[in-house]
Design a binder for this molecule. Structure first.
Ligand code: FES
Length: 170
């Protein structure tokens, strides 16, 4: 399957590379743009980015495998990243994990059959003062309780949450 940016994203890509002295320096924002459009970074998408930036595909693969924010497979519409580091653990993340597993009927690193949700364990999200924290796609949902988290999952599933789910955590 061949992949390419939409005309709109092609313009965004051109604006990105204009900010850097070399095309290779634009690797991370270009990958971010590719992930936004394609949903995840398949081999085809990584090869496409390598071609755009005129760099060896191996360099792109290295970056994608190094940074956890890049997805290498379809993680569904909502990727729930649950922080289970020490502060979040002390503030109840284990209960959030149980809520997610009960509600979604999946384990970590799995995707629901309807491709709505995936569940990923992560280390400290850098927001310990608002623990426990779950990152929903790019949005942080903070100070969660099991009840609030369950309600959020229901809203996301029903389509009643906004497209910016973090805002729905308030
Ligand atoms: S331990 Fe969870 S945000 Fe820091």
């Amino acid at each position: 399957m061949s992949v390419s940016f939409t005309p709109e994203n092609q313009k965004r890509f051109e604006k990105i590379i204009a900010k850097y002295e070399t095309k290779a320096s634009a690797l991370l924002p270009t990958l971010w743009l590719a992930q936004e459009q394609f949903g995840f970074l398949s081999s085809e998408a990584m090869d496409y980015v390598a071609g755009l930036l005129e760099m060896p595909p191996a360099h792109v693969y290295e970056a994608v495998t190094f940074y956890v924010m890049f997805k290498r497979k379809d993680m569904g519409k909502y990727c729930l990243q649950i922080c289970n580091n020490i502060t979040c653990q002390m503030m109840g993340s284990e209960k959030l994990i149980q809520v997610a597993k009960d509600e979604l009927k999946i384990n970590f690193n799995e995707v629901t059959e309807d491709k709505m949700f995936s569940l990923v364990p992560v280390q400290c999200l850098g927001s310990c003062d608002t623990a426990p924290v779950v990152q929903v796609n790019e949005e942080y949902c903070e100070d969660l309780t099991p009840e609030k988290f369950k309600e959020l999952i229901h809203r996301l599933r029903s389509g009643k949450a906004s497209e910016r789910p973090g805002l729905s955590c308030q």
